[in-house]
Design a protein around this ligand. Sequence first.
Ligand SMILES: Cc1cc2nc3c(=O)[nH]c(=O)nc-3n(C[C@H](O)[C@H](O)[C@H](O)COP(=O)(O)OP(=O)(O)OC[C@H]3O[C@@H](n4cnc5c(N)ncnc54)[C@H](O)[C@@H]3O)c2cc1C
Length: 437
Amino acid sequence: MLASKTNLNFVLSSGSHQAQVEAMSNRPNPLDLAVIGGGASGFFTALQFADLAAGKRVAIFEKSAQVLQKVRISGGGRCNVTHACFDPRELAKYYPRGARELLGAFHHWQPADTVAWFKRFGVILKTEPDGRMFPNTDSAQTIIRCFLDRAAKLNIPVYQNHFLTGINRLKSGGFSLNFAHLAEPVEAHTVCLAAGSLNGSPLLQQLTALEQPIAALVPSLFAFNVSDRRITDLAGVAHPRVAVRRTGGHPAQHGPLLITHRGFSGPAILRLSAWDARPMADTNHHFPVTIDWLPELKPSELVARFAEIRHSQGAKLVRNTPISPIPRRLWERMVACCDVADQATWGQLPKAASQRLLDALKSSRFEVTGKTTNKDEFVTAGGIDRKSIDFQTMQSRVIPGLYFTGECIDIDGITGGFNFQAAWTTAHVAATAIANR
Ligand SMILES: Cc1cc2nc3c(=O)[nH]c(=O)nc-3n(C[C@H](O)[C@H](O)[C@H](O)COP(=O)(O)OP(=O)(O)OC[C@H]3O[C@@H](n4cnc5c(N)ncnc54)[C@H](O)[C@@H]3O)c2cc1C
């Protein structure tokens, strides 16, 4: 039986919710759908389900005192909702894990659908030059407000401070769910696990006991710790276009790089951390990386550029004439670390020093000795094993009636709105399948 309203801590996100509590307690149990997790994918699943299956009972159970917390802090408070990439094949390429499975799912729900859904409910998304899409208010609150208003309109109860601690299968086919501090279990015909990262979650043990396969959990989207005199005291220096790769790892990632107090960050680094998340974790985040500071120039072209500078600017000091787009402070440090004399001019630059500089520009090796979680965005790779999920429905192949959405699955994207898009897409597929059951 669903616990009585007196021991449920119901969120009053709007006045109309109180009426809902009254209505709920009079309805028959069990729930048609219990959504575990009041985050991005949990809300989207519940909203879509309620839209598709009018009259069926769905409720959201959230362990913390606040729903949609990650949405609130996402994209630096602006919420990078999705990415302006409307070709499923192209879109799938942004997912280090789950690309193949998502490709099919994107044919059912892709960024164009996300944009249209939000527009339908008054939220206009705008596109930045790099393809990231945000609400035109530049505020994550717009997304939160939209979800809470929809939930109120669709009479979806949202129970905060409801920490799921136990999932038990009932002989009758449904589930009995135990929540911390709730005397009676909640029963539901179907359950959607939308609990986000399973890192450190007690649900891991529950799922393992139910024989649900789990792929090892490792962090993704992190910055690199590097202690090296070539970047000491250069925190804040940003290079617009480098190519960085892990020795023996994924192909080089191109893009901006930021030197931080601890080492390297920026889009190129975060992307590399995603693509190589597993091998990097295997070495406890100790690995060498190679940076090409001028990826647009082939080595032979750089040699020609040196010759051209020697000819046209031979009297200029090497340390004073950075090659664009290398930032001046970084250039000065590189020149010094290549043992180019302070007063050396291009015209007098010895051959050996010139070669050292060429090598450093095209291939600087650094030792990474740890990771730092990026404050703007990080995700967990790993989670519910993809092979154990039917991606036509998001239902577990092992536990019928149990569905998965969002980050708890072994799916993750690089930065740019791809992780939320995976949440919306998996939520749509699950909600549609559950509504059609
Ligand atoms: C700082 C930061 C910024 C980010 N910015 C972006 C961005 O701009 N764009 C983007 O695409 N991605 C971004 N991401 C990633 C994105 O937030 C996640 O991919 C997305 O939130 C996943 O949605 P979800 O619903 O699966 O999980 P979550 O949003 O994490 O929601 C899961 C919910 O389940 C609850 N829960 C967990 N266990 C239980 C339990 N046992 N019982 C009940 N409830 C439970 C949690 O409290 C949580 O509210 C960011 C991540 C971080 C950390």
